[in-house]
Ligand binder design. Sequence first.
Ligand code: PFF
Length: 478
Amino acid sequence: MEENNTPAAMQDNQSVEGQDSQEAQPKKKRGGFTSKIGFVLAAAGSAVGLGNIWRFPYLAAKYGGGIFLLTYIILAVTFGFVLMVAEIALGRKTGMSAINAFKKLNKKWAFLGVLCAIIPIIILPYYSVIGGWVGKYFFTYVSGGGMSAAGDSFFNGFISSPWQPLLFFFIFVSVVFVVVLFGVEKGVEKVSKFLMPALVVLTIGVTIYTLTMPGSAEGIKYYLLPDFKKFSVKTVLAALGQLFYSMSLAMGIMITYGSYMKKQDKIESSVHQIEIFDTGIALLSGLMIIPAAYAFSGGNPETLGQGPGLMFVALPKVFANFGSVGGGILGALFFALVLFAALTSAISLMETVVSIVIDKFHLSRKKSSVIVYVGTLLLGIPSSLGFGVWSAVSVGGMTILDMFDFLSNSILMPIAALLTCVFIGYVVGCRNLTDEIELNGPFKFKKFFNVMIKYVCPICIAAILITSILDVFGVFSI
Ligand code: PFF
């Protein structure tokens, strides 16, 4: 992409020109992606991040390996496909970002735009806490401490210390803030065209290595072969939340991206490409991390249940096999690339939140950025401290970070997705959107889309949500 094509960056132009111009003259003042591939790359750039590399493997490990993988893939090609098509079409049809798109089509549904806006506000702080952890590992490797990172107590020692995780979190958010404030995403995006493929190549290399490690075979089986006994509603809820998170769905992001898509570009095939890219990287990351964790724990499944720390514990042990120099270089390179992927996603999250503040409160871009920066720092502190000095604060065994994660991914996003389906299926009518999709050729999955949006998605999401909420309140156990 030659131009700064992130929706948020384009939104910025619009905010400078006139904050509420979005509603008055949506088509005139908006920029656009210059090509379909530009659109796909920008959307995939926002989608690929810590969700794929850090979150997917630990959820797959926790929720039964193969059965989680299978559930995820089924949900991706059904719910994921339909929702991404719907959001992009909604954005392109209205020419507006989420907060105004729903309102434009029906005033009474303005609240759904607000709900979508709340979700990135919740995600950004704790996403940055994990980004800080990645920063710490990068720093450790660069300063020659790679071998110590492979030690058993390194990760827990780090996250439970009071200051260090906070310091790295502050640095991470500050870098994101500086990029957003000075609007230099263009540079970041240019570099990302090289660094993202480098990350994929390195991940493939490390995966090939871990797959040949003694003891990894059991882990490969665990990850790839579904064990139906491990299936439960919780598996579906976790996979669904992960799907939304990873593909940046149910939080208005894809609506904004769609609003900048050209009318002559094909929505359906773009969605296929984004999905293949995003899911491919997630599956690969699981294949890299889970067998490694298995091999190093002597096949102890308990290790797999360790949650957010999985990547940070398993990979340094893999790198340590290459000795202090080779492992040091490998570790530094790997964490540098993951850090970069985390930064690009966090930048797109912060851009989104900043443009919400600009639109809602009519503040300048500078003021809005500072407010979002300070807010992110304040909201992230509890998540960071929740592994150390505030570890006593927990609900149902969840740390503070887990609570934010659960609230956004397992409660708010499914609700937003459910309401989006109801809105499209029963308020706007599927026809309105399928017409938009068919502007440049037939929509192959039109019937499937209609049935999914009107019946399958809302009913299934409602059922999953209700059962899991009843489970949380102990009405019955699933
Ligand atoms: N999809 C990103 C990931 O998987 O890491 C997370 C994310 C980034 C969500 C940017 C939303 C967003 F705007």
